[in-house]
Design a protein. Sequence first.
Length: 639
Amino acid sequence: MLNRNISKGLAMLALLFMLLPLLAQEAEVVETPAQAMVRLSTTTVIPTVIVNKVAYAVGTENGRPFQIKLEGGATQTFGIARGRLAYRVDEDLYILDLQNGERRRALADYRVVNAAWSPSGTRVAAVVTGPEGLSLVISDLEEGPVTLVTSGTVLPDFFRWTSHGEVAYVVADTPDETKLLLLGDDGVVRSASIDRSSFPFLVGLTDAELTSDDLAVTLAASSNKGDAYPIAATDSAVWTRSAGDASLTIRARNNSSRSMIESAASTLTSGSGVQAAAAPATYGTYLGEYDSVQSYSNGNAGYVSNESNYINGTYIGMKWQCVEFVRRYYFSRFGLDLASKFTGDARDWWTGATAMNLDRFSNGGSTPPDPGDIMVSQGDGKNVGHVAIVRSRSANSVCTANQNLSNTAEQVNRCLTLNTSGSSYTLDGFGTSYPITGWLRRRSGGVTATAKAEITSPVPGSTLSSSVQTFAWTAGQGVSQYFFYAGTSVGNNNLYGNSTGTSQSVTVSNLPVNGSTIYIRLWSYSGSSWQFNDYQFRAATLVSQATAKAAITNPVPGSTFSGSVQTFAWTAGQGVSQYFFYAGTSVGNNNLYGNSTGTSQSVTVSNLPVNGSTIYIRLWSYSGSSWQFNDYQFRAAAR
């Protein structure tokens, strides 16, 4: 009996030894990315960066860098502390607990532009926007008070809380003087004057460099460490992105040796993080257009440029606010000068509708929005509201064209959910801070599309058949005279510009035959004022547009320059008798260079920026009796 029990015991022991590897394997705990973030952020704040519309947490462990992809739907991320991720959706700041997935809104009384964790992970400093401009506030997240540090002069370009417990931020005391300030816990402020061109490289400085007594020299040296842009920094490494890297790969660089560090193995995906949308474009960047009316980036929603925009001497508004875009649209498309009738913030447009001869339709009412209407949000009482142009309406959504909303390309076609119940139409807002109040429409009996003459032939938007075209239009209401423009850009009359008297048709000769867009403006004189309707047609294609115009061959379009001097060369085109060359910091701008090259097919441009920004090139070709152009983009060298 004893021998039998021993045999059974030995057999079970043998079986146990056979199962031990499997049991050990099953017992092995695999750390999820979220768990790793919680563990690593207990003692230090982990930076987060946005690359190609995706957010990553970056840092180093045991001397090796890691990159962990975060998923979700944020506008901007501000790092991870104590297992909590700070991020922004529109202008609301949220704190996400990576362990349980719970989130809550922080700084609910403010519109947040930028934010940073304190080294302890218990406080948040934030750049917020309000009527007085951009301000700095500090908040204890454990239900503590919010402290206003300074107001009206803070710039959002750079913002950080150093490991020494100092808040680093930038202010512009005057248009010509910019300073980096370091605010300590003891309330002592240290400052250093800096050049705005140095802003991109502030990110890459270590805490020791940032707090050095000779910041200007340190910054100048840091800006010449290669062509890679710093996008995040820790005590041991700087994460960079190459300006010319099409894949937008992020790399780590050792702080002490400045050598690149081997990246960790494959990027991990976390199910409880957030993925960021594109970061806001820099001020003045062309983002797209609707009905040939361009939308530009304001840099951030709270930026006040104090730059006025005019069209043919008529004041439109301040660049590049939402109000300016809506006024420019109504002036360009309908000939209505709204700026002369009413002034006020976007939130005031609802009450100012009557002064602008606009009818109001409340959100939730029986009249749905139509294309061309003005969408109005009076905001949440803590912002100045928002206005936009309605692009289209379907059964379930209304799409809008905006300016100074996200300040990314998506704002040109932001679609809102439309809820229909019986005969009522209710729209979701642009975000929690921007509920929809209603929409405004050109008043019946005022200046409407039916009061002005309208082109009936050829069909607007169609392609012309030759270089000669007859245009015909309706009489309109009470119209006593017509004026007809044909041009190569909106409102231009470089192809034709004459009164037709009371005649409701005109024949235009010498139109381009290269497939380009022809812009028509038909003016109607009614009562004591001129109003117009704009149209677009496609020119006949007898010579392909691509080969008729000169095209840049060197350098390769989209490439990165090697320095501040660049020679450009191009093809001859077909029948081109003269070339004109533009270089600028926005589409169609010539603030860097703008001159005729005569018949020369090359030009050398000096004094180009070396800050990694986008350089916009427009190459003009004069063929027959008209100018045509091709647009290109290049990346400036980064030093």
